[in-house]
Design a protein around this ligand. Structure first.
Ligand SMILES: Cc1ncc(COP(=O)(O)O)c(C=O)c1O
Length: 421
């Protein structure tokens, strides 16, 4: 590498911008760069550049040298520090090494990957389970592989980026319906030509607003139109339904759902993704699904922690109940303070607060952080157009006293920023 190539980018240095002919490939990002610079020039911290200096527990970390309550992780069931989960990871690290250095279809399937798939089959009561390296890749794989160019993927307009990206990677024709509208789903399915397969893609919980899908009605409509159905339970696994399988279990539609996609990066407390299914031809996906074949498999320590966590989540009734208590308490407290919340009641472990603009949202976010609570800030394109949110996600390990404390911090920051009276 030459000295010049090592020089960090400096906007004042013309030579750093690149060759003098041809369009600057970065020019399309200029409005974003300017918007960001203008925001940071007001003296606020960068909400997308935070560093956790030390993590003390599922609900506490040191941020900017200060002990901070974590209210913006997806550690819903608090499994990241579970002693059995941590011990399983350490043992696998000792016995199998730090990584597989290979794809699932070559040298990258260890005993632990199979055991993790067994744990998933037991958790979901399905015949098949396939573990991917992330939930993102599970969606990428399913959407791009299962539907071809003669087929249709019908998806909710607010679907996660991984679902959209999976559609973009594949060749199926894409039809969007209005967020959570059973009527619009019905109408759009009704307009499709008779030929061609149909895959309806739903999410149990929509993570930006924390609202849940009317799965019973949607599944009925999709079945009536002869579609296969996939439900992404990334934010529902662990605490919805009698066995914690997700919103589809609570809605009583398990027998009509063809695929459930999920992640280990939320309630399970590590990283990884999966699809479970009872479809008799499901296993063929291992051979044809590019985001499964052309990437390295998860490290042995990760699948060991995932399998242990999944098995423990099968018996986590008390934790589930406490998580719901926390969620309802926070929702009610914030509403009573006068915040504008995205859902009329707590529908999941995500409570999203709607704010008028980016500036107010960042000031509120910073006000909370300075008092000692971290929440997630979300803005377009992650949110629907023009929507600025502070998203709180609760953990089963938050105590009731912590929720009270958090409400006090919201009251102070809300008044200081003029968000509430
Ligand atoms: C609905 C949904 N699906 C899939 C994913 C991807 O999961 P992972 O973090 O495992 O890539 C996410 C993650 O944010 C998600 O919210």
């Amino acid at each position: 590498m030459t000295e010049a190539a090592r020089t960090p980018y400096d906007p004042a240095d013309e030579t750093a911008i690149g060759p003098s002919h041809g369009r600057d490939l970065f020019s399309k990002f200029d409005p974003l760069i300017q918007e960001r610079e203008a925001l940071l020039a007001t003296g606020v911290r960068d909400p997308f550049g935070l560093v956790m200096e030390k993590v003390l527990s599922p609900t506490r970390a040191i941020v900017n040298g200060k002990e901070t309550i974590l209210l913006g992780t997806y550690n819903y069931m608090g499994m990241t520090f579970d002693p059995d989960v941590v011990a399983a990871g350490k043992q696998a690290l000792d016995e199998f090494g730090s990584g597989t250095t290979g794809s699932r279809v070559l040298n990258g399937t260890y005993q632990g990957h199979r055991e993790c798939e067994e744990a998933l089959k037991e958790f979901y009561g399905t015949r098949y389970a396939m573990v991917f390296s992330t939930g993102y890749q599970a969606n990428l794989g399913l959407m791009s592989t299962i539907a071809g160019k003669e087929d249709y993927i019908i998806l909710d307009a607010d679907s996660h980026a991984s679902i959209y990206d999976g559609c973009a990677l594949g060749t199926a024709q894409i039809v969007r319906f209005r967020h959570n509208s059973v009527e619009d789903l019905d109408k759009r399915l009704g307009r499709l030509p008779k030929e061609g397969g149909r895959l309806v893609v739903l999410e149990g919980v929509y993570s930006m607003l924390g609202d849940i899908a009317p799965l019973k009605e949607m599944v009925e409509v999709a079945k009536r139109h002869g579609a296969m159905i996939v439900v992404d339970e990334a934010h529902g696994m662990g605490f919805f339904g009698e066995n914690g399988r997700g919103v589809f279990e609570e809605a009583g539609v398990a027998d009509d759902v063809d695929f459930v996609v999920g992640t280990f990066s939320k309630s399970v407390g590590t990283v990884g993704g999966f699809i479970v299914s009872n479809h008799p031809k499901f296993e063929v996906l291992r051979l044809v699904c590019r985001p499964y074949v052309f990437t390295a498999s998860l490290p042995p320590s990760v699948v060991a922690t995932a399998a242990t966590s999944i098995r423990k989540l099968m018996h986590a009734g008390e934790k589930r109940a406490h998580l719901w208590e926390n969620s309802r308490k926070l929702h009610k407290g914030l509403r009573d303070l006068g915040f504008n919340i995205a859902t009329p009641e707590a529908q999941s472990a995500i409570i999203a607060i709607l704010l008028p603009d980016q500036d107010t949202t960042v000031r509120m976010w910073q006000g909370l952080l300075e008092q000692g609570v971290y929440v997630n800030m979300a803005r377009p394109p992650a949110t629907p157009a023009g929507m600025y949110l502070l998203r709180c996600s609760l953990c089963a390990d938050h105590t009731s006293e912590e929720v009270e404390q958090i409400l006090g911090m919201f009251a102070t920051a809300g008044r200081a920023t003029g968000c509430i009276a």
